[in-house]
Design a protein around this ligand. Structure first.
Ligand SMILES: [Zn+2]
Length: 106
């Protein structure tokens, strides 16, 4: 908790990392991201590639899953959390998902 209070990186990444989850990019929404203190600055706003909660999706490497939530800030969807059949919850940056086409609706 001390580390959480003192971190100058993305607080979401710190928390998810603490609980053993991977968050690949800063969330862009916590105080450190907004202040530009995160080590990797968030990408410019992602445009949501049309995912909806409860959509069945397929990831190139991780297989099928279901969209559990879309994290939005300022009206733009920044991350998508997917419950993968094989791997459990993963949070993905929509910017990367859209660029690489690694996640698609089934
Ligand atoms: Zn953050």
């Amino acid at each position: 908790m001390r580390g959480y209070a003192d971190t100058t990186g993305c607080r979401r990444q710190y928390l998810l990392g603490y609980f053993g989850e991977n968050c690949e990019v800063p969330c862009g929404a916590c105080d450190n991201c907004r202040e530009g203190r995160s080590e990797q600055p968030p990408r410019s706003r992602a445009r949501a590639p049309g995912f909806q909660v409860n959509d069945r999706v397929s990831h190139r490497a991780w297989g099928p899953g279901v969209v559990m939530s879309l994290d939005e800030s300022d009206g733009a969807s920044d991350t998508v959390t997917v419950l993968f059949d094989a791997l459990g919850y993963k949070t993905l940056a929509l910017a990367l998902v859209a660029e690489n086409g690694i996640l698609r609706a089934e």
